[in-house]
Design a protein. Structure first.
Length: 173
């Protein structure tokens, strides 16, 4: 038996040199826990403030942006042109109706964001995912599960060009 061995039922002698118990090593004090919560909360606050500032400046930039889609003469009656507006990840569809009217909408269905397409034969915009259907004249829902009209893209004709100048969400009052 060495000098470090202990008698049965007693702590080993080395515990006299290292009195910290392994259970205590995992103990988180109230102060440490409060510090962790405070730092985590400050991190989340900073993250949210950054998102708020970023979205504010993005919205301001988007509000001013005008985007040339195409020359009006490039679109024959009943044709469509796809474009992105106001950002590169916002797909839209420009339609020249059989009557010659230019209309543009967000291409994202208001149900689950599938891409809508122009059904020239039916004269409406159709969503193939769940058979949603929107009126081409104003984007209102005429069939299926979409809960809201398609956001309309505001157009201007500037000289020969068709220009997107804003988004009308068409949220019903
Ligand atoms: S995603 Fe368009 S109807 Fe469901």
């Amino acid at each position: 038996m060495s000098s470090l061995d202990s008698k049965p039922g007693q702590d080993p002698l080395w515990r006299d040199e290292f009195p910290i118990r392994s259970g205590d090593e995992r103990l988180v004090t109230r102060r440490q826990f409060a510090k962790f919560l405070t730092l985590t909360s400050l991190g989340m606050l900073a993250g949210n403030a950054w998102i708020l500032v970023r979205s504010f400046f993005r919205a301001a930039a988007v509000a001013k942006a005008a985007y040339r889609i195409a020359a009006a003469s490039e679109l024959p009656l009943g044709s469509v042109r796809l474009f992105a507006y106001p950002g590169p990840n916002d797909p839209c569809i420009l339609i020249r109706t059989a009557a010659g009217q230019f209309l543009a909408y967000s291409q994202k269905c208001t149900h689950l964001s599938c891409a809508v397409y122009y059904d020239a034969a039916a004269g409406s915009l159709e969503c193939p995912c769940h058979n949603g259907r929107f009126a081409v004249e104003d984007g209102r829902v005429v069939a299926g599960p979409p809960p809201r009209p398609l956001p309309r893209i505001l157009l201007e004709q500037r000289g020969a060009d068709l220009v997107a100048v804003g988004v009308d969400p068409q949220v019903p009052a």
